[in-house]
Design a protein around this ligand. Sequence first.
Ligand code: PMP
Length: 283
Amino acid sequence: STVFLNGEFLPSDQARVSVMDRGFLFGDGVYEVIPAYGGHLFRLLPHLQRLTDSLRAVRIPDPYTETQWSGILEELIGENPGTDQSVYLQVTRGVMDRRDHAFPLGLEPTVFAMSNPIPDPDPALAERGIAAISLDDIRWQSCHIKAITLLPNVLLRQQAVEAGAAEAILIRDGHATEGAASNLFIVRDGTLITPPKGPLLLPGITRDLVIELAAGHGVPHRENAIGEAELRTADEVWLTSSTKEIMPVTTLDGRPVGDGRPGPLYRRMHGLYREYKQAVREG
Ligand code: PMP
């Protein structure tokens, strides 16, 4: 398949990055994942805004304007017209002459992007939901930056998988923050609750869309910290991400969430989400 690397489109097996790249040696870079449905990039501008925010936060100069970024991504998804895809892009600080933590002067960022087909979420998931386990949030203090440095997330997700669960829900100082690669919502007494944005969680694009849809359709919702006890006694628990959309969590640490089945508010919001997605797909 065709990928984008430093200004060129080329076959993936010909794309090469130096071993002196700071992304490879330090995990010094940021990334984005953007779905495309029926050839339409989904929530493109918020994704590009978050990319700009991540780049600024780690002091990597943005190599492209918004128009240039969208041109590159459009061209990539155009390689496989009509299919649902997810675009992965990353920008690292660039290639160094010698290994040194401090930034060398005058580096050119390394820019890479690829697009892969995404299957429609398994409909069985909406019927059964997924299992999650709670784990201590071992990540750093700047989780709002979409950094490629994902070792804690990798270890947390692996621990969840080895426990027979699909995702880890992270607890920091007695509060549930988000999943290892997803944002967290709970439902209590008919109200949707998600933690407010801040340095301890990624400002998810799907999270914002769920809030927007709730606001637009009169679904009670608020942004509030979620205590560990509140999580454990919630009527519903969901996780959201661009590629997984909204996932109902039906068991947490081996115990049923609510009645152990996806709840009514999940079905409502999932329906609204699917409608929105279909409208985008049809342009
Ligand atoms: N939190 C983390 C830690 C993530 O890695 C992700 C997705 N990559 C999300 C939340 C969900 O963000 P989005 O809805 O923008 O995909």
